[in-house]
Design a protein around this ligand. Structure first.
Ligand SMILES: [Zn+2]
Length: 222
């Protein structure tokens, strides 16, 4: 089960995670691409409405669809690391998880990371937080859930939206049937309220030189 809104106590318990933006703009984020059909759909919708997003890409999908990844970069959006093979940190040994993170980082070169399923062990998070900002979310739209209708996703999302919110959507085969209606619906709300979606800043929290040695230690220690 999941909730559209993050439970109030959770963000403060985990200081290395980013759950919400600091300013007025909201942040639309799209996980699991690049996808040959749904990423171009998202890019067209964002271009039509003049909004910018952040795409958390799976390394294997960047290798499969490099032209789609190039388009994300060309059109002024941000992008981040979503591991090489979409592993869950809870069921993947630390060493393999960090290797997957580094492999995807070679392809993205971004200082943003989002753990697949939001599942990451604290040792993994501590190692990764040295060189990437770990971006979670304020609003989970539920577009990945085939039991939900686009209307249900839309209503729950609208209730949870607020300035500074980080909103999760998916440019994936599974979410496509809901995304198709949900994204234009969300963008309509943005237009009505005069809200903007800004790309997340991709700068690293620390210089990679500092953290390389730490990452190697973490890998050998797991
Ligand atoms: Zn994902």
């Amino acid at each position: 089960m999941y909730s559209t809104r993050v439970p109030k106590a959770l963000p403060s318990l985990l200081p290395e995670f980013v759950w919400e933006g600091t300013g007025t703009p909201l942040h639309l984020t799209f996980d699991d691409g690049p996808h040959p059909e749904w990423t171009p759909f998202v890019l067209d919708e964002l271009a039509r409405t003049g909004q910018k997003g952040t795409f958390f890409c799976v390394g294997e999908n960047i290798e499969r669809h490099p032209e789609v990844f190039d388009r994300i970069r060309r059109e002024g959006h941000a992008w981040g690391n979503h591991t090489m093979r979409h592993e869950s940190g809870w069921t993947t040994p630390n060493r393999a998880y960090l290797r997957s993170y580094l492999e995807c980082e070679k392809l993205t070169g971004s200082g943003l990371f989002r753990p697949p399923y939001g599942r990451i062990a604290s040792t993994q998070a501590k190692a990764i937080a040295r060189r990437s900002r770990i971006v979670m979310w304020t609003v989970l739209t539920g577009d990945f859930d085939p039991r939900r209708s686009p209307e249900e996703c839309q209503l729950a999302t609208e209730r949870a939206l607020r300035p500074g919110a980080i909103v999760v959507l998916h440019d994936s085969t599974k979410a496509g049937p809901r995304l198709k209606e949900l994204l234009p619906g969300i963008l309509n709300v943005f237009a009505e309220k005069g809200w903007a979606s800004a790309p997340l800043a991709m700068e690293r929290p620390h210089s990679p030189e500092d953290s390389d040695s730490h990452m190697v230690r973490s890998k050998s220690g797991s």
